[in-house]
Design a protein around this ligand. Sequence first.
Ligand SMILES: NC(=O)C1=CN([C@@H]2O[C@H](COP(=O)(O)OP(=O)(O)OC[C@H]3O[C@@H](n4cnc5c(N)ncnc54)[C@H](O)[C@@H]3O)[C@@H](O)[C@H]2O)C=CC1
Ligand SMILES: CC(C)CC(=O)C(=O)O
Ligand SMILES: [Mg+2]
Length: 364
Amino acid sequence: MSQTFTITVLPGDGIGPEVTEQAVRVLKEVEALEDVAFQFEYARLGGCAIDEDGTPLPEDTLVKARRSDAVLLGAVGGPKWDNNPAHLRPETGLLGIRKELGLYANLRPAFMLDCMVGVSSLKEEVVKGVDLMVIRELTGGLYFGEKKRYEDAQGEVASDEMIYHEYEIERIVRRAFEVARLRSKQLTSVDKANVLESSRLWRKVVERIAPEYPDVELRHQLVDSCAMELIRYPKQFDTVVTENMFGDILSDEASMLTGSIGMLPSASLADGNFGLYEPVHGSAPDIAGKGVANPTATILSAAMMLRYTFGLEKAADAIETAVHQVLNSGVRTGDIAENKAEAVGTVEMADRIIAAMKEEYVKA
Ligand SMILES: NC(=O)C1=CN([C@@H]2O[C@H](COP(=O)(O)OP(=O)(O)OC[C@H]3O[C@@H](n4cnc5c(N)ncnc54)[C@H](O)[C@@H]3O)[C@@H](O)[C@H]2O)C=CC1
Ligand SMILES: CC(C)CC(=O)C(=O)O
Ligand SMILES: [Mg+2]
């Protein structure tokens, strides 16, 4: 008997609806190829929810997300809402849903396919073969600490509190060791322990847990030198674990090793199988509505959903292989095209990936 899974789709703002539509098309094809059924439920998050519901994270969205097996998100935000008060920023909806759903582990792979080497602005010997995984703590740290705005004698003051509990560090670090174990057994823990107290606790917890994973080679690195080394010699990294803001920044940086942020997927995982899957990029207001956004990051996020939440390994592999084949054949959206005049649009890129995926199934 076929299994049925419920997926809450949150298209969001800007290019979010354009790219999630393509990922949903891919998932519908998987239904036709596997003994599985997906029920898609749509809800609002971010700027569109501010406009319609007066809040970036409506209760209906949380209810739907909680009763589903997984969530597929596009992106939120844009200039229309930039001047809203802090509690009405689209980002508040994103941070809120991550916290409410307990999605503390954000997995952000960055990989360079041989056929994409020419797209990167870095030298071939630097980027060829890059394959790393940034594991970002997602529900603690600076983004969630207390924020204050006040005035003193010298003018306006703003502060954001950086706070980490031992248990928050412990659970993400364990997750990272487990992931590293399945990859090249090399883990880099990134912090700023020479300055930040939260980083000193981070490092202490990592040191405490490390002996439980004697097969994984561990090293500590300060975030500033890590940012530099990521560009100088990225192949020294396999699995990187770090706190929320450092991971946000380093994963955007890592995306440029691979040519475009439009390529990189992510999984945000809670304990158990539940996860929210979204591209690493934002709502890209500069290209929204033009039909040119690269849907690959969102399609690969759907593949991560199939793997991590539904255990549909074959379908996930088929999508990833299809993406590689399409890129290998030279089909490119504008962000990754060497010849911009030959770039395809969002829908055609997805069409090609779907066609290649179906062929993969026939072969398998
Ligand atoms: N997870 C989320 O929902 C995130 C939302 N944001 C929000 O998105 C808005 C725009 O932020 P930006 O800093 O401009 O970052 P962004 O990631 O939206 O865009 C950065 C650059 O990458 C390009 N780009 C991004 N995704 C692309 C794709 N799929 N295909 C082709 N090109 C792509 C954009 O055109 C832009 O030039 C802001 O409101 C920000 O707060 C930013 C990051 C993450
Ligand atoms: C609201 C921000 C933390 C979104 C972002 O930049 C991200 O998750 O990558
Ligand atoms: Mg970011």
